[in-house]
Design a protein around this ligand. Structure first.
Ligand code: MN
Length: 480
């Protein structure tokens, strides 16, 4: 729909020319669904428009398959469009060539993603839009292929989108992959949840007027009050943690209140708490302390009407866009070229990207994939340094993991840890919100026993490296 508008506004513009070009070059080709090929290209361009991408990116989206599937060459794209467009298409095409199978192929794909991220975010976003449409039409492929593509989507694309703050896309990737990966579980859950969703929504519909009235009394204008049904796959993951008991999932359908500014967010939180008693330990202030992927919101869970436990998420309009589209939301500032540079810098410097990039080509592919799975696919906790900086760690992390996350020297020299002001054992299981302080002793070596309880791979690697180095040095000294 948006594509049509863009072309209407500029009938002979570059977007129009790209659409004509791609239709002509792909002529006669069809998708597995039987549709003409350009339907796919239009869908990709629509998605990129939804994410507010710039013109070169939209054009590259329309052309993203011409180098692979037609006689078109890089030089032709450069001449016909621009070097920027030709480069984008060229980089997207490089993803298509996967040398390996299985785990190695996944690792290779991930490496390519990382390298592209560091160069130009738009390449990965085109790849995301491409995969999104491919997942929506996955039913048309043979079953063997379906499963492989669905797994790749859930294990590589979804976590990566999450890391870039694209929550909506990440959830969509998982939900589209779920029925192909675990068809039985999917059907079972769909059946169990169907009725519950309905009940919850009818209930929230009753809460809504109470909420509106209270806000009006306090002169707060809500931009929007909606409910958000929990994503099916994310629900499935959570149910595993709660013995598959649906009644213990409080955010099955949650309220989402969007207001104009940050002051109003806190005011609304106060109003909700004055109406209904909050559940202890469930108030989360991601405004004062954003999640590392940029997510901001206030969360609280209260004993709502009829004493039903209900989750509320409160945020501003800006935060809402950011939460839905993450890194893509930054492209709203596309009129400011400097900002674009910032985003690329931001990604380049991101801790996670650099950690994945640290893995060199010779590293075993299994390790590489493990990192992605354990460090980002499962739940993460958010802990705080004494200076108030947030660090994210995998669920089950200990003060030693935290210390290594701050700095490898701090990890090596850690002797004691204080959590929320109290001394705890070094194998203490950290929780979100914990303030962690590490006490060190200069020149101390890490203990091999730590390997038995720590969670993060980077900490394990550092400990092994340090101990190996020390071992070598000792031997040298004996010899010398
Ligand atoms: Mn494609």
């Amino acid at each position: 729909m948006m594509l049509k508008k863009v072309i209407q506004n500029n009938p002979q513009g570059i977007v129009f020319r790209a659409l004509e070009f791609t239709k002509k070059t792909h002529v006669g080709q069809t998708r597995k669904t039987g549709e003409p090929y350009y339907i796919h290209l239009e869908a990709v361009a629509e998605t990129l428009l939804e994410w507010n991408m710039d013109e070169a990116c939209i054009v590259a989206g329309l052309l993203h398959d011409v180098l692979e599937d037609t006689e078109t060459t890089y030089e032709m794209l450069k001449k016909e469009f621009s070097i920027e467009v030709a480069d984008l298409v060229n980089q997207v095409t490089k993803f298509g060539i996967v040398k390996y199978r299985g785990v190695e192929a996944q690792a290779e794909l991930l490496r390519k993603m990382m390298l592209s991220l560091a160069k130009d975010v738009r390449v990965v976003l085109i790849k995301f839009a491409d995969r999104l449409h491919n997942m929506k039409t996955l039913g048309a492929l043979p079953p063997q292929k379906q499963k492989r593509i669905a797994l790749e989507t859930a294990e590589i694309y979804a976590p990566l989108a999450y890391r870039l703050g694209m929550h909506r896309l990440s959830g969509t990737f998982e939900d589209l992959a779920f029925p192909f990966i675990q068809p039985k579980e999917y059907k079972k859950l769909l059946k169990a949840v169907g009725q519950k969703y309905g009940e919850r929504e009818a209930y929230l519909e009753r809460v809504k007027p109470v909420l509106y009235e209270a806000l009006a009394k306090n002169n707060i204008e809500a931009v929007d009050i909606t409910f958000r049904a929990k994503r099916l796959f994310s629900l499935y993951k959570k149910l595993y943690k709660y013995d598959m008991d649906l009644d213990r999932i409080y955010d099955l359908v949650a309220f989402r209140i969007v207001v104009k500014n940050i002051e109003d967010c806190y005011a609304v939180l106060g109003i909700v708490h004055s109406l209904w008693k909050p559940l202890p330990g469930r108030i989360k202030d991601y405004i004062a302390m954003a999640k590392p992927n940029g997510y901001q919101s206030l969360h609280t869970t209260v004993f709502c009407l009829d004493n039903k436990i209900t989750e509320f998420q409160i945020r501003t309009d800006n935060m809402h866009t950011q939460a839905e589209n993450g890194i893509a939301a930054h492209w709203l500032y596309k009129t400011q070229p400097n900002r674009r540079q910032d985003i690329n810098e931001l990604i380049k410097e991101s801790e996670w990207v650099s950690r994945v990039k640290e893995f060199n080509e010779n590293e075993k592919a299994e390790n590489f994939i493990e990192i992605l799975k354990t460090d980002s696919f499962l739940n993460r906790i958010y802990v705080v340094t004494p200076q108030g900086e947030v660090r994210d760690l995998p669920y089950g992390s200990t003060p030693i993991d935290f210390a290594y996350r701050i700095h490898s020297d701090l990890g090596n020299e850690a002797v004691r840890a204080r959590v929320n002001g109290k001394i705890v054992p070094l194998n203490y299981c950290l929780e979100s919100g914990d303030i962690v302080e590490i006490m060190r002793q200069k020149g101390k070596l890490p203990s091999e026993d730590w390997l038995l309880f720590i969670k993060t791979h980077s900490a394990k690697d550092h400990i092994r490296q340090t101990l190996n180095k020390k071992g070598k040095r000792l031997k040298n000294r004996v010899r010398g």
